[in-house]
Design a binder for this molecule. Sequence first.
Ligand SMILES: Nc1ncnc2c1ncn2[C@@H]1O[C@H](COP(=O)(O)OP(=O)(O)O)[C@@H](O)[C@H]1O
Ligand SMILES: O=c1ccn([C@H]2C[C@H](O)[C@@H](COP(=O)(O)O)O2)c(=O)[nH]1
Length: 229
Amino acid sequence: MLSSSQGKLVRDGEDRKPVICIEGNIASGKTTCLEYFSKTSNIEVLTEPVSKWRNVRGHNPLALMYEDPARWGLTLQTYIQLTVLDHHLSKIMAPVRMMERSLYSAKYIFVENLYKSGKMPEVDYAVLSEWFEWIISNISIPVDLIVYLQTSPQTCFDRLKQRCREEEKVIPLEYLEALHHLYENWLINNTSFKVPAPVLVIPADHDLQKMLHQYEENREKIFTVPRAP
Ligand SMILES: Nc1ncnc2c1ncn2[C@@H]1O[C@H](COP(=O)(O)OP(=O)(O)O)[C@@H](O)[C@H]1O
Ligand SMILES: O=c1ccn([C@H]2C[C@H](O)[C@@H](COP(=O)(O)O)O2)c(=O)[nH]1
């Protein structure tokens, strides 16, 4: 249930608990990072609901989007916006929540990329943008820290091939490069969209062992994040 507070809809009946979003390119290692921290007590981890994006009532909007982005980009991103909003608004069951990506990156990275690359018709972009603006103006979507796993597009390309998700076999390096530039402009250069929380950058091109070591080194910084007002 939602109630109204200071002009915005907020989730009912709970204290505000810290929310940490893990951001990064496709196959940058977000799920692996979350898996590592999920072993920590008192932390709740929400991975992206990719299984829903691959199967909504028997349809696979993720596959459709990669097959024909101009036709299916709006369909996929509308559904992603819904399922990610549902994550943001779900009851937090532990003292701290870590979640994979956010409503913000769905819009500022993926929708933006479809539109800028000429694969999303202007009317679809306008409709998605109106929805997004309505949501962030009317619903409280608190994020207290963004952890950005900063990778080179080539690293992601290699990891993507290794992961071998069927729908993603068609992704070229150029697609990951375009997403990378959008992430960098948003979270590092601050030249595109408003960043909704402080950003902690973790260089993430390293092998798994070094990455786990870096996660340990950053543990304190991540979990002592002050709550946004
Ligand atoms: N530091 C790393 N070095 C090498 N491979 C990695 C590393 N981190 C993750 N991987 C592998 O790369 C692939 C993508 O990682 P994943 O965590 O699923 O990325 P994301 O959730 O960001 O899409 C997986 O096969 C994973 O096992
Ligand atoms: O808003 C979004 C979010 C994600 N996707 C795509 C990109 C990938 O193919 C999958 C899952 O992303 P991971 O980085 O592997 O978690 O979903 C999208 O198209 N739009």
